[in-house]
Design a binder for this molecule. Structure first.
Ligand SMILES: Cc1cc2nc3c(=O)[nH]c(=O)nc-3n(C[C@H](O)[C@H](O)[C@H](O)COP(=O)(O)OP(=O)(O)OC[C@H]3O[C@@H](n4cnc5c(N)ncnc54)[C@H](O)[C@@H]3O)c2cc1C
Ligand SMILES: *[C@@H]1O[C@H](CO)[C@@H](O)[C@H](O)[C@H]1NC(C)=O
Ligand SMILES: *[C@@H]1O[C@H](CO)[C@@H](O)[C@H](O)[C@H]1NC(C)=O
Length: 222
C-alpha cells in the first residue's frame, strides 16, 4: 500500500511537470499581396474594441536613407503615415491611421546597433532595435540600462514614444526617455520633402520628440 501510494504520488508529480516554451507573437501586419491592402493589430490579435485597423500599404525601410525617401514620397502624395513596430505591443489603437487608407512604416528592419561607447557609457541604435537586443549589445561592453520596462520584445522607438518605464525613486526617474541623449526623427518637410532633425538634451523640442505617441514623425535613431 505504502509502496503503491508512493508510486501514485510520484506519478502525480510526474504528470505535474509541464514543458514551458515560448514562441514570438504573430506578425501584427498582414497584407493580401506585395505589402499592399493590409491590416494591423497588436500582439494580442485585436484592439480593446475587438477591431483591427487597415492600411493601404506597408513600407519596410532598412536604412535611415530609405526611410527619408519613403517619407518624402508619401509627403508629396499627401498620404497619411503611422509607424508600426515588429510586434506592436501597445494595447490601444495608437498605430491606426486616420481612416482606412494610408501608409504604415514598419521599423522591423531598422534594427541595427550603430555604436557602443563603453567609456562614455552610451549606445546608439536604430529605432526598431528591441529591448532584448539593446540589453545584450550593452552587456557585451559591460554596460546595463538603469531602468527598463518589463518586456523584451518592445522596440526602443515604441517604448520611448509611449513613455515606458521601470520603477525607482532614485536619480532622474525610471523612464527610459530620462536617459536619452539624442534622437533623430524624420518628419515631412515643405513642398513634399522629408526632413531629419537631430534633437539633443537641452533642445527646445527634445521633450516632445521623446514621448510623441508616434504622431510627430518617425524616429530613426536614438
Ligand atoms: C507584456 C507587456 C509588458 C509591458 N510592460 C511594461 C512596463 O513594465 N512598463 C511600461 O512602461 N510599459 C510596459 N508595457 C507597455 C509597452 O512599453 C508599450 O506598449 C510600448 O509602446 C510598446 O512598444 P512597441 O515597440 O511594441 O511599440 P508599438 O506598440 O508598436 O508602438 C507604440 C507607439 O509608438 C509609435 N512608434 C513606434 N516606433 C516609433 C518610431 N520609430 N518613431 C515614432 N513613433 C514610433 C507607434 O506609432 C505607436 O504610436 C508592456 C507591454 C506588454 C505587452
Ligand atoms: C533584423 O531583423 C531581421 C528580420 O527579423 C533579421 O533577419 C535580422 O537578423 C535582424 N538584424 C539584427 C542585427 O538583429
Ligand atoms: C539627471 O539629469 C540631469 C539633467 O539632464 C543630469 O545633469 C544629471 O546628471 C542626471 N542625474 C543622474 C543621476 O542621472
Amino acid at each position: 500500500m505504502v509502496l503503491l501510494r508512493g508510486l501514485f504520488q510520484s506519478c502525480c508529480l510526474f504528470l505535474l511537470i509541464f514543458v514551458v516554451c515560448c514562441i514570438p507573437p504573430e506578425d501584427p501586419i498582414k497584407c493580401s499581396s506585395d505589402n499592399t491592402d493590409c491590416t494591423i493589430t497588436n500582439s494580442y490579435g485585436a484592439f480593446p474594441d475587438r477591431s483591427t485597423c487597415r492600411a493601404t500599404e506597408v513600407a519596410f525601410p532598412s536604412t535611415e536613407q530609405e526611410l527619408i525617401s519613403i517619407v518624402s514620397k508619401a509627403s508629396r502624395n499627401k498620404r497619411k503615415m503611422k509607424v508600426a513596430t515588429r510586434y506592436s505591443h501597445s494595447i490601444p489603437k495608437l498605430v491606426c491611421l486616420d481612416g482606412q487608407d494610408g501608409l504604415l512604416i514598419s521599423t522591423k528592419y531598422l534594427n541595427r546597433t550603430l555604436k557602443v561607447d563603453a567609456e562614455a557609457m552610451t549606445i546608439t541604435v536604430e529605432s526598431g532595435v528591441t529591448l532584448r537586443q539593446l540589453i545584450n549589445e550593452a552587456a557585451k561592453a559591460g554596460l546595463a540600462l538603469p531602468y527598463t520596462p518589463y518586456w523584451w520584445d518592445l522596440t526602443i522607438g515604441g517604448l520611448l514614444s509611449t513613455g515606458a518605464h521601470g520603477s525607482t525613486l532614485w536619480a532622474n526617474g525610471s523612464s527610459v526617455h530620462d536617459y536619452l541623449l539624442e534622437v533623430r526623427i524624420v518628419t515631412t518637410g515643405f513642398a513634399g520633402f522629408a526632413r531629419v532633425r537631430s534633437l539633443k538634451d537641452g533642445d527646445k523640442d527634445f521633450n516632445a520628440a521623446k514621448v510623441s505617441l508616434g504622431v510627430l514623425g518617425v524616429i530613426s535613431q536614438v
